[in-house]
Design a protein around this ligand. Structure first.
Ligand code: NDP
Length: 241
């Protein structure tokens, strides 16, 4: 089984992806920024279940650090075959009230973070073959008021996915995007109650999704069953878009 690197694997969708890949026997590495103790407890629990695991406190905005993390993961767990660019934040406000710093923070975390890890791993993936999965959002497809920064970053990730897939398909690397709708994690729980209710009311399935459903899709897209799938965008949103 191969090694998987997930950015932002300490909570929510990233954590579910780490657990799901670990469950089927992959070695897993993940990054986080905030809580070292909790990340270490997560690694200990994975290892108790027989998964080789390691976590790195590493801000995805830092390119130098991305290069270090990729190198260290490969030394410790062996060649990375799957990279999941998952780390993401939202800082919602109307454009009228959006400072440049808030714009930058979201673009640099969501979009530049995706560049940083893809750029750091791509020479190795090209040499050995592999998979990149980028976590975008329905916000990047339909646009959501109050999320110009977030929508732009996620639309950027979709364009990045399509362009990179064309560059590396013949070199044995597949690149796909997953586009979740409303998934119950800290990110949705932190929304204002009325905004969250309004969003959920628009979902044809009538309910939010769960992180494990996204993780299962990631697992499929990284698997041997999906070797003819690249440059695609997979929406998992209960019919929202
Ligand atoms: P959470 O807020 O629950 O978790 C975010 C994760 O990203 C955490 O592990 C966090 O680490 C990490 N992270 C945040 N900033 C950075 C950074 N600068 N460097 C490294 N890691 C960072 O989010 P979700 O699980 O809900 O979202 C995961 C991805 O899915 C995001 O890209 C999000 O945009 C996308 N998405 C989510 C949807 C949803 O409804 N939940 C819908 C559509 C897309 P730490 O614990 O240290 O803070």
């Amino acid at each position: 089984m191969s090694t998987v690197l997930v950015t932002g694997g300490s909570r929510g969708i990233g954590r579910a992806i780490v657990e799901e890949f670990g469950r089927v026997g992959h070695a897993v590495a993940f990054t986080y920024v905030q809580n070292r103790e909790s990340a270490e407890a997560q690694v200990a629990s994975l290892m108790e279940n027989g998964t080789r695991a390691v976590a790195y406190q590493a801000d995805v905005r830092d390119f130098q650090r991305a290069q270090e993390v990729v190198k260290q993961v490969q030394e410790l767990l062996g060649p990375v075959e799957v990279l999941v660019n998952n780390a993401g934040i939202r800082r919602d406000r109307a454009l009228l009230n959006m400072d440049p710093a808030v714009w930058q923070e979201v673009i640099e975390t969501n979009l530049t973070g995706t560049f940083n890890y893809s750029r750091s791993i791509i020479p190795d993936l090209i040499r050995r073959g592999g998979v990149i999965l980028n976590i975008a959002s329905v916000s990047g497809m339909m646009g959501i008021a109050g999320q110009t920064n977030y929508s732009a970053s996620k639309a950027g990730i979709i364009g990045f996915t399509k362009a990179l897939s064309r560059e590396v398909a013949r070199l044995g690397v597949r690149v796909n995007a997953i586009v979740p709708g409303a998934i119950e994690t800290d990110m949705t729980i932190s929304m204002e109650e009325s905004a969250r209710r309004k969003l959920y009311a628009q979902i044809p399935s009538g309910r939010p999704g769960c992180a494990q459903q996204v993780a299962r899709l990631a697992l499929y897209l990284a698997s041997q069953d999906a070797t003819y799938i690249t440059g695609q965008v997979f929406v998992i949103d209960g019919g929202l878009t």
